[in-house]
Design a protein. Structure first.
Length: 134
């Protein structure tokens, strides 16, 4: 099942992002590095990892040469600031949360060699996203 960005429009006020980097709208999220991303969708029914929610974001200015430490910090921030507050609205607590960031929308499960994409997996431990490596 996929939930589009419009589905989360009413959820934007449920749990605000940290004040320093507060989001003003679901479709325009500014990450700690200053990158502007948009929520694309969340995939909840893809097989392979147990119960996993895959939150997918698009950032047209995503730089493939960017320092990965900075990009990874943005990914974990998206897990904490965007994904975690919305879990209860999606369904039962997942085993994993996947965060993906791409420079363009890519259909789930399809390859797109021309696209810049980063992925990370996190285990849900209480109220924390704990990196699991992907």
């Amino acid at each position: 099942m996929r939930l589009a960005a419009a589905t989360f429009a009413s959820l934007a006020a449920l749990a605000p992002a940290p004040a320093l980097y507060a989001t003003t709208a679901v479709d325009a999220i500014r990450t700690p590095s200053g990158l502007t991303v948009t929520f694309h969708d969340v995939v909840t029914d893809a097989p392979g990892l147990g119960l996993a929610y895959r939150f997918r974001f698009v950032a047209p200015d995503l730089d493939p040469a960017a320092d990965y430490v900075t990009t990874e910090a943005d990914l974990v921030w998206l897990c904490h600031a965007f994904a975690l507050p919305r879990l209860a609205e999606i369904g039962p607590a997942p085993d994993r949360i996947m965060i993906s960031l791409a420079d363009r929308p890519v259909p789930f499960g399809e390859t797109a060699p021309e696209a810049v994409q980063f992925f990370e997996a996190y285990a849900l431990q209480g109220t924390e996203c704990v990196w699991q490596g992907f």
